[in-house]
Design a binder for this molecule. Structure first.
Ligand code: PAP
Length: 323
């Protein structure tokens, strides 16, 4: 595997002269992987900043677009699968084996708006609704939507579980041993706020406030709630994106079929997810691990736990949100 390919986000070779000038005026920091700069309150590696700017300048929204937003490692793959399955459900009744999720990883079906290697031409073959994903914060996405009334679904996950998930993912794709010292340095960056797409609290709060202000266009979901009550949460998602389940569908078990199709176990068993790779060369199998709530308990020291909890609690105080 081409090591450089994997690190396309971390590289700085796609940055235009204009963006270079902008970067000079932005706050800068470093994490153990590369240089970061803070644009509109969010930390990016330089190539990703370029992709964000490209999106804000050139994206041509349509009223019916749906954007799936998340902080990395918060349930992006799952949300993509569930939304694809909802939009596609009526089209595969006669030929269920022809379902796009059976032969594609969810990431291949839902392009990232701020991709360094964009492929915004690939949409679900039978869908008129365009689905996109993003890790940008709410205000940055809104700027690129230029006033179009697109729907945005955000998925939030406990910050400690997100950290553990990101730790394992990073070690796998870098092909290095999963060590405590990497976790410690990642925990430090998380607490300082200077992580890729962070600070996590500002990121999550941007969508939380967006959802309170405009609930018909911004849906705020939680990974833990989908785990806890997948049936109810899937119905909520279906209603929000404008394709609610009919009574017949509920009676015939369609809701449960989608929950099952999109479960970690089913998806990770598929050949496409066992052997495929993203455009940047990351194995799809790395996107599926345990999918458990509270896995942080197996890895974080009491000190790490209370430090993260204290910071998040302070940052969220008065917002009405906890995660
Ligand atoms: P991304 O932001 O890089 O796309 P994302 O999908 O958000 O990653 O996060 C991966 C996490 O979601 C993994 O969590 P873990 O490390 O704690 O196990 C992964 O296992 C979990 N995940 C992936 N697919 C599913 C699914 N279908 N159901 C539940 N959890 C899932």
């Amino acid at each position: 595997m081409d090591h450089k390919e994997i690190h396309v986000n971390l590289r700085e070779d796609m940055v235009t002269e204009e963006t270079r000038k902008l970067i000079c005026s932005l706050p800068k920091d470093k994490d153990s992987q590369g240089n970061l700069c803070k644009y509109q309150g969010c930390w990016y590696y330089y190539n990703t900043l370029q992709a964000v700017i490209n999106f804000q300048k050139s994206f041509q929204p349509q009223d019916t677009d749906i954007i799936l937003a998340s902080f990395p490692k918060s349930g992006t793959t799952w949300l993509k699968a569930l939304t694809v399955a909802l939009l596609e459900r009526s089209k595969h009744e006669d030929d269920p084996l022809n379902h796009p999720l059976l032969s594609n990883n969810p990431h291949a079906l839902v392009p990232l708006l701020e991709s360094s290697t964009p492929d915004l031409t690939k949409f679900l073959p039978s869908s008129s609704t365009r689905l996109f994903s993003t890790h940008m914060p709410f205000h940055t996405v809104k700027e690129g939507l230029k006033g179009y009334p697109c729907k945005i679904v955000f998925i939030c996950r406990n910050a400690k579980d997100e950290l553990i998930s990101r730790w394992y993912f990073r070690c796998k794709y870098e092909n290095v041993e999963v060590t405590r010292s990497i976790l410690e340095s990642m925990c430090e960056s998380l607490c300082r706020g200077s992580t890729f797409y962070g600070p996590i609290w500002d990121h999550v709060l941007s969508y939380w406030r967006g959802s309170l202000k405009d609930p018909s266009h911004v849906l705020f979901m939680k990974y833990e709630e989908i785990k806890e009550e997948p049936y109810a949460q899937l119905k909520r998602l279906a209603e929000f994106i404008g394709c609610p389940f009919t009574e017949e569908e509920e009676e015939s078990g369609t809701v449960n079929k989608i929950v099952e199709l999109c479960s970690l176990r089913s998806l990770s068993d598929l050949e496409a997810n066992k052997t495929g790779k993203t455009l940047n060369g990351v194995d799809y199998k790395f996107f599926f691990r345990k999918g458990e709530v509270g896995d942080w308990k197996n890895h974080l020291t009491p000190e790490m736990k209370s430090r993260i909890d204290m910071i998040i609690e302070e940052k969220l105080r008065g917002s009405g949100l906890s995660f």
